[in-house]
Design a protein around this ligand. Structure first.
Ligand code: PEP
Ligand code: MG
Length: 548
């Protein structure tokens, strides 16, 4: 029995044999074209058609969101402009594989330069290019393995097209060598409630297809060749968890009855039915910028009033926390971020960008006040990336001037934690965005796999900052919420409550696990776990300390 470690996502456990995802193909050689152009052009054309047919067949079988992603990829495979470009490259002397590969790369660059939604689709082109070259080479296309037996998928990382086509009936867990807690794999795992471990160094070399492992997301471990007793224990834990998922939906509370409202993170009204069905007691983070990612000009007050009203009207008498536009870095909005910056994560983003275009902020706050007046929801509005008392005073002042009842700040920049007592002098509430708070505390890009180990909200440095905010909130008698991904990790959710969080907000699919875990501890026990985690020397030690 040997053990590999990585960053666990969720809390599930699974025991099964592994299947490895084929490695991506090696790039084509630079060998010059050795066959007539027309014949090679026809060969590429046939390969493109076969790839498109295959993608369309997989789209029909997948259904739902995955169907759209795959159909879009099939369309890209058949784009006549690409075929023309391939021909030009063949005529320029490139071999068929190289001509196809480079034509897709050029198309990808063009889409990336367009930004927004088109740039997001650009990564899907890599998958299409790999499939075309595999056809030309006569080898198996890369992609998720298919099996009649349940299995644990081992991969370098998963692309959107892979995650879209994964057979979730058969896939019990995901393990990736690359990727961090905010990678595509982690997002998929959370949204499907699958246990996953990301960033497991050496896992591809350590395992062969068919080898038995236990994946324990809570511990962040992959146990290779486990003994029988461990497999039986893992199976029992899995059963318990499945039972929790189908337990009746109750309000979020600890074992001693302390209420901890459990809210959902949403990006638009489209996400609301699922959140309500899974028992969300309201919305703890409405990411309004998601509505306008592709827009080239600022949305109007009318358009925004309609979008916000559509969410608020589903929650009469309940809390809905709306974040004003969080533009910049990983979420650029063309109408707010027009200047090139070397370090956009440290640039004019969040509240800074809104302040530089105050009319856009005023319009959004006006639209929110309209939605507040038009519905029965209890609206709270917060700004992203607030750094100190001065910024809080500015934002709260403007929100109140425009008619909002409750105005607060997101805690994502470490300075706000250090100054939390001052911030609570003016803010009605604080909501902690642990994704960015971790990124800035550890100076580790949240999108970069190579620093994923540092991008861990269990880090004692992050926990100590959360404690400062929790204590200041308690002293001020004001609510402290957590709306970053940390709240979706059941064991960490308990620690966050122990540190002073009064409500938690997460992807709706995480609600059942967190609800079940909170019911197992009293407030005193949550505080004791938090205390132990605060004294840890590393994220791994903090996890262990909280569990022991
Ligand atoms: C966060 O940073 O934790 C957060 C909730 O905001 P986002 O993930 O949208 O940046
Ligand atoms: Mg953030």
């Amino acid at each position: 029995m040997s053990v590999l470690s990585g960053v666990g996502v969720g809390r599930g456990v699974a025991a099964a044999k592994v299947l490895k995802m084929p490695e991506p193909l090696a790039p084509p050689s630079d060998e010059p074209l050795a066959a007539p152009v027309d014949g090679e052009h026809q060969r590429v054309q046939a390969a493109l058609q076969e790839v498109a047919a295959d993608l369309n067949a997989r789209a029909a079988a997948a259904g739902g969101d995955a169907q759209q992603v795959l159909e879009a990829a099939a369309l890209m495979a058949q784009d006549p402009a690409i075929l023309d470009d391939v021909k030009a490259r063949l005529e320029g002397g490139a071999n068929a594989e190289k001509a196809s590969w480079d034509a897709y790369a050029a198309f990808r660059e063009m889409l990336t330069a367009m930004g927004g939604y088109m740039a997001e689709r650009a990564t899907d082109l890599d998958d299409v290019a790999q499939r075309v070259v595999a056809r030309l080479r006569g080898v198996a296309a890369p992609g998720v393995p298919v099996s009649d037996e349940p299995f644990i998928l081992i991969a370098r990382d998963l692309a959107p097209a892979d995650t879209a086509t994964l057979d979730l009936e058969k896939t019990l867990a995901l393990v990736t060598q690359d990727g961090g807690p905010t990678s595509h794999t982690a997002i998929l795992a959370r949204s499907k409630s699958l246990p996953a471990i990301v960033g497991v160094v050496g896992v591809l070399d350590a395992l062969v297809d068919g080898q038995l492992v236990i994946v324990d997301a809570k511990a962040g471990t992959v146990v290779i060749d486990p003994d029988e007793a461990s497999v039986t224990a893992a199976a029992a834990e899995r059963e318990t968890r499945l039972a929790a998922a189908s337990a009746p939906i109750t309000e979020g509370a600890l074992a001693d009855g302390t209420k901890v409202p459990l809210l959902a993170n949403v990006g638009s009204a489209k996400d609301v039915p699922n959140a309500v069905e899974l028992g969300a007691e309201g919305v703890g983070l409405f990411r309004t910028e998601f509505l306008f990612l592709g827009a080239s000009s600022a949305p109007t007050v009318e358009e925004q009033t309609a979008a916000y009203t559509a969410v608020l009207e589903s929650f009469p008498g309940k809390k809905v926390v709306v974040r004003v536009l969080d533009a910049g870095a990983d979420k650029p909005l063309a109408f707010l971020n027009d200047a090139h910056e070397e370090n956009p994560a440290l640039g004019l983003r969040g509240i800074r960008a809104l302040r530089a275009s105050e009319q856009i902020l005023r319009d959004q706050l006006t639209a929110l006040a309209n939605a507040q007046a038009a519905t029965e929801a209890e609206l709270h509005v917060m700004a992203p990336m607030i750094a100190d008392h001065e910024e809080t005073t500015y934002f709260v002042g403007l929100g109140k001037e425009l008619g909002l009842a409750s105005v607060g700040a997101m805690a994502e920049v470490p300075s706000i934690a250090v100054l939390a007592d001052q911030v609570f002098e003016v803010a009605d509430f604080v909501s902690i965005g642990t994704n960015d708070l971790t990124q800035y505390t550890m100076a580790a890009d949240r999108q970069l796999g190579s620093v994923a180990a540092l991008q861990d909200p269990w880090h004692p440095a992050v926990l100590r900052l959360v404690k400062l905010i929790g204590e200041a909130g308690t002293a001020a008698g004001k609510p402290v919420s957590v709306c970053g991904e940390a709240a979706a990790d059941p064991a960490l959710a308990v620690v966050l409550v122990g540190l002073g969080a009064t409500s938690l907000s997460m992807s709706a699919t995480a609600l059942a696990d967190v609800r079940a875990e909170l019911l197992t501890v009293t407030l005193d026990e949550a505080k004791a776990r938090a205390e132990r985690a605060l004294g840890a020397r590393s994220p791994a030690e903090a996890r262990q300390a909280a569990a022991s």
